[in-house]
Design a protein around this ligand. Structure first.
Ligand code: ARG
Length: 617
């Protein structure tokens, strides 16, 4: 049987207040309950902020109520009975402060432990989304910008999927365009046997690209052949299609290596896919009278922009914009998506604004940003090097992603091996501190409680989980629009807001539960949570906020909210664990369950961020 999805606390509160608003003010139509987290935790957990605006609507019409305060009072009085709320009070100009019932928080946590955290999925007003992310270009290096797009896009996709939205994970690779003419001709020249080879041995495709470009710029005869090759390719000539497919395949294999390491799944629908649909899409725009002639090109003028959007170049060819407009049309009409999300660097903002505006002019998208179907550009800032400039390696070339991931992994491996020595010391009773220690302690202590040696495979897996997790977290924890500095030492540090610290915090909670010797599955069924201590209540309340954090992160496309939340939870846990004895206390059962709930929520956060919380269990 399907378990009911209850929605976030905020959504549940909104339901109650909606009923109250309807009952108290039946004549005022269409009032959306405004529920927010209380600014000051001293006054309550949440607040309802409808009184002021309601008063403005009622003024003059209504005689009994005088001012926003009585309006707030009426909201409270009409609230349906619910075990969720302990008490409400009025503050300032009619703010309704809400204190949730401790028992209700406890019960909700217990229910989640039994029914699964999936029942806490937020409810979103969309059914199917396209997340267009990663999207590197064939024959060019996948750079850190693509890494950011891959990481951010994957997280957004994961959050939407968790929220029961169908996600089409689209890799909009740059696999079409005039550059293929020169690449194909160069292939013919350099690898006369190319047809026999299923994948010709172009080891370094980027170098190949550069060499062919150089030839193109310096050799007029080659240039002419390359231009003809474009025509042959676009005309669908077999030999050219085959050469094109081979070149794409080499790149694809390289990209795939990065995706596999990062555990990211994508479905490729590159620019070439949309190419056959372009004439039809442009015709639809033309019928609406949107397309005009300008300096030999065909363009769409956008209000407020000086330069129009070119959709057919002067030479008659299509471009990035014609492809994107067509892809948007395809996603709306063929794939029936109601939210199109594009993850690229902020440098492309203008491009997206332009073609979104064109789609609005065409009536493909509603003019109101809030309505669906919707298109959103998720922009992100630069990755900077230590010197504050665009991140590069010593050779001033762009950083190779694979090298970067290799380094993250090998640094972790080294740290793990070093900590291995500490582990021996710890088993002998020395207090060594150290993060990895606990992390791998939790890995190594098997059911009988005895430690075993690292196997090479475990070391490898852990180094990957921690190393790649650290790279992802360092990227995701910042507001995506800000530039961030890439620093291995910082991201792999076991202190502060890092993946390593958080993975450690999680492993520690697991080890508390394990060391208690109690059967947690049994406790979930027979035990009960009680949140008598204020630090317990605080942790419990914040755990319950998980759903609304994910909701907000999805709605505003901000993965950093989940990172911030995860970090705050680990702080709440530390406060609780410092002030409340768990094992051996009278409240042991309740507190172990609270530990378990914390671990479950943290694990789900890791999962949403694409981080493997360890090879535990
Ligand atoms: N290939 C582009 C680049 O590397 C990104 C494509 C983004 N997606 C899109 N539909 N325009 O910059």
């Amino acid at each position: 049987t399907e378990k009911e999805i209850i929605g976030s606390q905020k959504q549940q509160l909104a339901k109650l207040f909606e009923e109250s608003l309807k009952a108290a003010f039946p004549d005022v139509s269409d009032v959306q309950p405004l529920i927010a987290i209380c600014n000051d935790a001293k006054h309550g957990d949440y607040q309802c902020n409808n009184a002021m605006s309601l008063w403005n609507k009622l003024k003059g019409k209504c005689t009994q109520l005088k001012g926003p305060q009585p309006v707030g009072k009426a909201i409270i009085e009409n609230l349906p009975a619910s075990e969720m709320i302990e008490k409400c009070s009025i503050a300032g100009p009619g703010f309704v402060n809400i204190v949730l019932a401790r028992q209700w928080i406890a019960k909700s946590l217990q229910k989640m432990l039994i029914d699964g955290i999936e029942t806490w999925a937020p409810k979103l007003p969309v059914k199917r989304t396209v997340v267009d992310f990663s999207s590197p270009n064939i024959a060019k290096e996948m750079h850190v910008g693509h890494l950011r797009s891959t990481i951010i896009g994957d997280t957004l996709a994961r959050m939407l999927e968790f929220s029961n939205v169908e996600v089409l994970r689209r890799n909009h690779v740059g696999d079409w365009g005039t550059q293929f003419g020169m690449l194909i001709e160069f292939l013919f020249d350099q690898f006369p046997n190319w047809e026999a080879d299923s994948t010709p041995a172009i080891g370094d495709l980027e170098g190949f690209y550069k060499a062919s470009k150089q030839r193109f710029d310096s050799d007029a005869d080659f240039k002419e052949r390359a231009q003809k090759a474009v025509v042959s390719l676009q005309g669908g000539e077999e030999k050219y299609r085959m050469a094109w497919a081979q070149i794409c395949e080499i790149s694809r294999k390289e990209f795939q290596k990065v995706y596999e390491r990062l555990g990211v799944h994508l479905e490729e629908k590159g620019e070439s896919f949309y190419n056959p649909y372009i004439p039809k899409a442009l015709e639809l725009l033309n019928e609406k009278g949107l397309i005009e002639e300008s300096e030999g090109a065909r363009v769409i003028f956008i209000e407020g922009k000086k330069i129009p959007l070119i959709v057919v170049k002067r030479d008659g060819g299509f471009n990035y914009a014609s492809t994107d407009l067509t892809a948007l049309w395809y996603r709306l009409n063929e794939e029936k998506a109601d939210w199109m999300i594009y993850v690229t660097d902020v440098g492309q903002r203008e491009h997206f604004e332009m073609f979104f505006s064109a789609a609005k002019r065409a009536g493909w998208l509603p003019s109101n940003e809030k309505d669906y179907p919707k298109a959103s550009h998720v922009g992100f800032g630069l990755v900077l090097g230590e010197d504050g400039k665009r991140f590069r390696t010593r050779s001033t070339e762009v950083v190779k992603l694979v090298d970067l991931l290799d380094e993250a992994k090998s640094r972790c491996k080294l740290a793990l091996e070093e900590r291995g020595v500490f582990y021996i010391l710890a088993t002998l009773g020395y207090d060594t501190g150290g993060i990895f220690l606990f992390y791998f302690l939790s890995l190594l202590v098997n059911i009988t409680g005895k430690a075993k040696e690292w196997t090479a495979e475990e070391l490898e897996q852990t180094a990957e989980a921690v190393g790649y997790g650290a790279v992802k977290y360092a990227d995701l924890k910042n507001n995506r629009l800000t530039n961030y500095t890439f620093n291995f030492d910082q991201m792999l540090s076991d202190k502060g807001n890092t993946a390593v610290y958080l993975l450690y915090a999680h492993a520690r909670i697991c080890s508390i539960i394990r060391k208690s010797g109690r059967d947690i599955e049994e406790l979930k069924k027979s035990g009960a949570i009680d949140l008598a201590h204020p630090d317990e209540r605080m942790l419990g309340l914040h755990l319950l906020q998980f759903a609304e954090i994910v909701e907000e992160a999805c709605t505003n496309l901000l993965p950093n909210l989940v990172c911030e939340y995860l970090y705050n939870i680990s702080e709440d846990f530390t406060r609780f664990y410092t002030n409340c004895q768990v094992v051996g206390s009278a409240e042991e059962t309740s507190r172990l369950l609270l530990c378990e709930a914390t671990a479950v929520v943290m694990r789900k956060c890791f999962h949403l961020l694409g981080i493997t919380p360890g090879v535990v269990d």
